[in-house]
Design a protein around this ligand. Structure first.
Ligand code: ZN
Length: 245
């Protein structure tokens, strides 16, 4: 019997951008992904927190909690957030039902799925919401990574870190897994990319082919922006979508 083909669509930092989420899920299906994994920050910033939460929940897939999920759940103080994030989260809290906030609250910070790990921010202190932006940050997470591959988000910048004798940031968006090498992979952001490319990002992990590839997709950004304006959220949240920042 042939090996069961298995492709995971791994996505996070949706930030209530329903148009971007729908584009990603459509593409994942086209690409033959049968399994989904969500790295958190489902809500916060854009105008469809309820719809995004229910869409992700409907996938019934492994999901970890992001800092915006935590903020919107009413679990933590919002004092340390920037003013834009603060305004969006106060608005988001009002949109969500008590039951939806509880669902966000109950999400775990770190999970193992099959043979890989998922986390929103860092493996060394997942609840402190630090940012992994360079190989030194990645090194700290690698010390707590007990699977060959770990997927994370939070920076909204897709990147593949590799560790064998040393830790390197790979420039590419695709990698074939090599035995003895560990991978710490930022899957990019669905709903608010910050690498200067406005297109939605997510990652496919092909278990059979042993490849990881980061994909970019155009989506209906005008509608997402219009909804942000109509909701009365800060206009800058709409502007930045087009800049990819
Ligand atoms: Zn985020």
């Amino acid at each position: 019997m042939a090996t069961q083909p298995m492709k995971f669509a791994i996505f996070g930092d949706i930030h209530a951008n329903l148009e971007a989420l729908q584009a990603v899920l459509y593409d994942a299906q086209e690409q033959g992904c049968a399994s989904y994994v969500c790295l958190g920050d489902i809500v916060g910033y854009a105008a469809n927190p309820v719809e995004c939460l229910e869409t992700v929940r409907g996938l019934n897939c492994p999901t970890v909690r992001g800092n915006h999920d935590e903020g919107a759940s009413g679990n933590s103080s919002l004092d340390e957030l920037n003013p834009l994030a603060y305004a969006a989260l106060m608005w988001t809290r009002e949109q969500l039902s008590e039951e939806q906030r509880q669902w966000l609250k109950d999400l775990k910070l770190v999970r193992q799925v099959r043979d890989f790990t998922i986390v929103h921010a860092t493996l060394d202190s997942p609840g402190n919401w630090g940012y992994v932006t360079n190989r030194f940050d990645a090194m700290a997470s690698f010390s707590y990574q007990f699977t060959q591959v770990c997927f994370y988000g939070h920076t909204h910048v897709p990147r593949i870190f590799e560790k064998d004798d040393a830790v390197r940031a790979s420039r590419g968006t695709e990698v074939s897994l090599t035995r003895g090498t560990k991978y710490f992979v930022n899957v990019g952001s669905v709903g608010q990319p910050r690498d200067g490319d406005w297109r939605a990002a997510y990652t496919i992990y092909d278990v059979q082919a042993q490849t990881i590839s980061i994909r970019r997709l155009e989506y209906d950004i005008e509608t997402a922006q219009r909804k942000i304006h109509e909701a009365g959220l800060p206009p800058l949240l709409a502007d930045r979508l087009a800049l990819g920042k």
